[in-house]
Design a protein around this ligand. Structure first.
Ligand code: SF4
Length: 332
């Protein structure tokens, strides 16, 4: 089987922020994303999973052209991001954010919100915009009458449908779904996931589905990448990852129970609530202080990614590469 072309790809992308440590202590580098290469094949759903603070949202901002990487490249259909303006990227890639309560302007009608991208990008004639909005409301399963409503008059699920209509009105190729259901009631979450799945088939979309919750990703993803402290620590097609999880962190995520309150953004991984400080990450494997299978080498040598077919794992339990001194790079 030939591999689908990548609609979107990162090549060894790193994103460093300099975070103030207080008076006289200067700023320290925080590697929010640390050498990530990830392909999102055309027409597929790639799930990006990890706890809050692992770098998922920085990845989303980089892919959307909202954040410039410190090094590495982003490729849109194989072409470097350097050749695209912010507007050109926005026509290809649109986001759906976590919180439909804050992502919709409360002072605008639904028609104004959904048609906003058409206005910004000068798409079609203004006389056509109402018809486009009506069409998008049909597509996302909302009655056309809500066009004259305000966000406060809609339920959480309806607001997220409006956010999806706004994202799709430009007919983007790729949609970055950043925790698209985690602010919604559990009863509505599966409706929105089913809608996203149907729209993918109908419109031939490609998704990056970002979530802290593997159960959400399992519902939709063709391929899954697990992120921890700015690194992809395991990546495989979804069936393989769920049937044969290898990295101890992936296994902990899979063994987790759903959080009682999804808005907390933290799955109950039985790993404790202490997430390592990304400004001062542990040496060696950055997961080692929380890993039940930690070995001596893990404390000093960062593991290299080891590929087994399409299944890649970054852990000393797999392969005998002897690791790398990435902890030096963390702290430069
Ligand atoms: Fe655990 Fe060592 Fe693997 Fe890191 S490299 S996940 S500490 S076994």
């Amino acid at each position: 089987m030939t591999e689908a072309a990548a609609a979107l790809e990162t090549v060894d992308v790193t994103c460093v922020f300099h975070v103030g440590q207080g008076f006289l202590r200067g700023a320290k580098p925080l590697r929010a994303v640390n050498g990530v290469s990830l392909k999102i094949p055309q027409g597929q759903v790639v799930g990006l999973v990890g706890e809050s603070g692992c770098g998922k949202s920085t990845m989303a901002n980089i892919l959307l052209g909202l954040q410039k990487p410190s090094s590495g490249d982003v490729l849109y259909s194989g072409n470097s991001a350097a050749g695209f303006s912010r507007r050109q990227i926005a026509r290809r890639i649109q986001p759906i954010f976590q919180d439909p309560y804050s992502s919709l302007n409360p002072t605008k009608t639904i028609e104004s919100i959904v048609s906003q991208p058409l206005k910004i990008h000068n798409v079609g004639e203004p006389s056509e915009w109402s018809a486009k909005v009506a069409e998008m409301l049909d597509v996302v399963g909302l009655p056309r009458r809500v066009a004259s409503s305000y966000p406060s008059q809609l339920s959480g699920g309806q607001r997220q449908r409006v956010a999806i209509a706004r994202a799709l009105v430009m007919r983007p190729e790729v949609v970055i779904c950043d925790e698209p259901t985690s602010a919604l009631d559990v009863s509505v979450q599966s409706q929105i996931l089913n809608l996203l799945q149907d729209l993918k088939e109908e419109l031939g979309l490609t998704y990056l589905l970002i979530s802290h919750n593997l159960a959400v990703v399992q519902h939709m993803a063709d391929r899954v990448a697990v992120m921890y402290l700015g690194r992809i620590v395991e990546e495989a097609d979804a069936q393989t990852l769920f049937n044969d999880p290898r990295h101890p962190y992936t296994r902990a995520l899979l063994g987790s129970v759903l959080t009682p309150d999804p808005r907390l953004g933290v799955p109950d991984t039985h790993l404790g609530t202490v997430f390592p400080n990304p400004i001062d990450p542990p040496p060696g494997c950055s997961f080692h202080p929380r890993c039940s299978e930690c070995m001596e080498i893990c404390r000093s040598r960062a593991p290299r990614p080891v590929a087994d077919g399409g299944h890649e794992t970054e852990c000393h339990l797999y392969g005998n590469t002897g690791g790398q001194d990435r902890h030096v790079a963390h702290n430069d």
